[in-house]
Structures are given as C-alpha cells and as structure tokens.
Design a protein around this ligand. Structure first.
Ligand code: EPS
Length: 377
C-alpha cells in the first residue's frame, strides 16, 4: 500500500489517497467520522477545534460501500479555510519563528520569507487525513479480529502506573475525559493541563498503543525495512511532535538481565506455543509473536506558546517574542487517535505483505491456510 496526503492547515481540504488497499472490503464512512471526532477531543485543545467539524467524504475507490481495489481518495473540508490555491488572501506575512515548530528550519531550507508558507503544511492538522485512512485500515483488520486501542500514560510529569489487563480495559478508558485508565492520575493530568493553560504554557505526554489479535508471523527479519517494529516505530515517529517510541519494555529492557526479562516459551496441545510474559511487546526478530503489540509514544509539549519564547525576526534579525496565532495546550488525546491510525496503517501493510493484497476472499483463504499450517507445525 501507499498513502499520500495533501492539504494545507487552512487550505480548502485535507486529502488522502490510499493505493493498494484490497478489493471487497466493506467500509463505513460513519466509522471514519467517529475516529475524526475522537481526534478533536480532549482537555487542552485550542480554538480551532471549536471551529472544525471534521468529516470525511470518500470520493473514489468504493462502490456501494465496498472497495474496488482502486485508489481510495478521501476529502476532509477545512471550515477555517483562509488560503486558496487559485485566489489571493489578505493574510499578513509572518516572520518570527516559533521555537520547536518547523518555522525556522523550514524557512531556511526552502528559502522562504513568509513563514505561513511553511507552517501551513507543517501543522499537525495534516493528521486528519491519516486518521481517516487509519479508520479504513481498522475496519479491514477487524475482519481478522485485530483490535487497536490506546490510553494516556502521562501528561507532563503526571504519570499513571496502572497497567491494563487486556485491550478491553483500554477500550473502556475512552469514556474517561483524558483517555486514562487510572482515574486518579487522569484527574491530576487534567489539573496540570488547566494550570499550563492559565499560564500560557503547553504540555506533552505519553500514550500507550496496543494491537491485539495479530497472529504470529507478520513482518520479517529478512530485510531491515520489513521488520514490523521498524515500520511501526518509523510511522509513529512521523507524527508531528513525537520524540520517542518504545516497544514492550523499551528503554527499561536495556537495564534488565536477559534471564529475568526475556519471554520464556511454553507449549501445550490446546494453547500451542505460548508465553506467560510479553516484555518483547509482541515482536521478536521483527516478527509478531502473537502476543499484543505494545508501544509507547512520547510527544513533546506543543510548540506554539501563548506566552511565547524568545526568537528573532527573519526580516530585521532583531530579538522578538515568537509569533502566536492560536494555541493548543496539550493534544494528548489526539496523539492517541493518530498513533492508533499510524499503527493500523503499518500493521495492515505487513498483513497484506503476508497474506496477499488483491481481494478479501483471497486474503481470507491465505489467512486460514496459514493458521492451519502453524497449528500443524
Ligand atoms: C490542528 C490544527 C491547528 C492547531 C494544531 C493542530 O489549527 P490552527 O493552527 O488553525 O490553530 O490547532 O496544530 C499544531 C499543534 C501544530 O503543531 O501546528 C489540528 O487540526 O489538529
């Protein structure tokens, strides 16, 4: 599969084109819109989310809700459109870059004096297109009982120590305002966000994503870019503001002794091969083990500060406060939804690599045949 997204933050539309998605899969636009709505929620979002009503329009690749195997094109309209491909706007030019945003490096790289021509594409608004595609992939994966869910582990320095028993507990956490399964920590996180908001500051955080129901055997050690962990980490790192990804025990794995941390292997005729622990995070040798894939994603604080940092005007070279348009304080719930979407995309790609990519009946045949073959090993 190949995904292409297009669109400026305040252009007319965000666009996604997904090529290589199999034929014969029923897609509900309603589910895509539910995911887009989830992306807009959470304490700490800024004024833009009060303006937008994100919803997807699928304009090609389906007939009567069933995929045709042709590229799927999706449009998401920006209500707050103020720049246009064929009409001039009256927007003032912007010249004071925000630290931590793409403003300065983008301007230097592209030889640009008006920072609007950089920030429009660098904005995290682009993730609406990815969430729409993630919702398509989730619908495909659900046909094979694969479920993807996430929860908030931390906001700033407030961390939750609660570990979920299974993915159902994570799905239930969506009812919480901040998507946190630890109600006490969740309240402290909300308080931290409100405090940051009132002082014009911003916060980052950590989310944990689970992919449950994958069979053993997705991804490969045969070549570096076929590794499932490498693909997932790359896709998660491509989310704006993400600075770290861990799989399983992650950085803590490096501090443990192998004898105390590797997942010992057992066998019983009913369970077949199994493990009692999942420190690998469901991936060994770049291949899914059959245990849930568990990943943590760390996001830095939002770049635009209402109480701006020092910067320098590109035109005058004089010291100035960084520009402020509109500020989000924290986008941790959005990160959860986007991380689920990128994980769905990565896993679907590996799934199609293993079981073919043309039509759903063929994929189902290959999948069932493979399950039989590993059972009989
Ligand atoms: C976003 C839309 C943007 C920001 C935010 C994410 O809208 P605006 O720039 O019009 O306020 O709220 O952008 C960023 C965090 C960023 O880094 O650019 C959205 O739809 O998610």
């Amino acid at each position: 599969m190949r995904l292409l997204t297009a669109g400026e933050s305040h252009g007319s539309y965000n666009v996604a084109i997904l090529e290589g998605f199999p034929k014969g899969v029923r897609i509900e636009q309603r589910f895509i819109n539910e995911e887009l709505k989830r992306r807009m929620t959470g304490v700490g979002r800024g004024g833009r989310m009060l303006i937008e009503e994100d919803s997807a329009e699928i304009v090609s690749g389906l007939r009567n809700k069933i995929t045709l195997g042709s590229p799927i094109a999706i449009l998401i309209k920006n209500k707050d459109a103020k720049i246009f491909a064929q009409a001039s706007d009256n927007l003032a030019s912007l010249s004071i870059p925000r630290p931590a945003h793409a403003d300065l490096c983008g301007a230097l790289k592209y030889g640009e004096k008006d920072l609007r021509n950089i920030l429009e594409r660098a904005s995290a608004r682009e993730t609406v297109a990815r969430v729409a595609v993630g919702a398509i992939c989730k619908q495909f994966l659900s046909l094979f009982r694969v479920r993807i869910a996430s929860f908030t582990v931390g906001v700033g320095r407030v961390l939750s120590g609660v570990k979920p028993k299974d993915i159902s507990e994570i799905i239930a956490s969506r009812k919480q305002e901040l998507n946190c399964i630890d109600a006490v920590a969740g309240k402290q996180m909300i308080k931290a966000i409100k405090q940051a908001q009132s002082s014009g500051d911003s916060l980052g955080g950590i989310v944990e994503v689970w992919v449950d129901g994958l069979v053993c055997g997705l991804g490969s050690f045969m070549h570096f870019d076929k590794r499932l962990d490498a693909k997932l980490a790359g896709y998660l790192m491509s989310i704006p503001a993400v600075k770290g990804v861990e799989i399983g025990l992650g950085f803590k794995y490096a501090q443990e002794r192998g004898s105390l941390s590797h997942d010992a292997i057992y066998y019983s005729p009913s369970k077949k091969f199994y493990r009692n622990t999942n420190n690998s995070g469901g991936i060994e040798g770049g291949i899914s083990t059959g245990s849930p894939v568990v990943m943590r994603v760390a996001m830095k604080p939002i770049a635009t500060l209402c109480k701006p940092l020092e910067s320098v005007d590109l035109m005058t070279k004089k010291k100035e406060k960084a520009m402020v348009e509109r500020c989000d304080t924290c986008a941790i719930v959005a990160l959860s939804v986007i991380a689920e979407a990128m994980s769905s995309l990565a896993v679907t790609e590996s799934f199609l690599e293993k079981f073919s990519c043309d039509s759903l009946p063929e994929i189902k045949r290959n999948y069932q045949g493979y399950l039989k073959s590993i059972d009989n090993l």
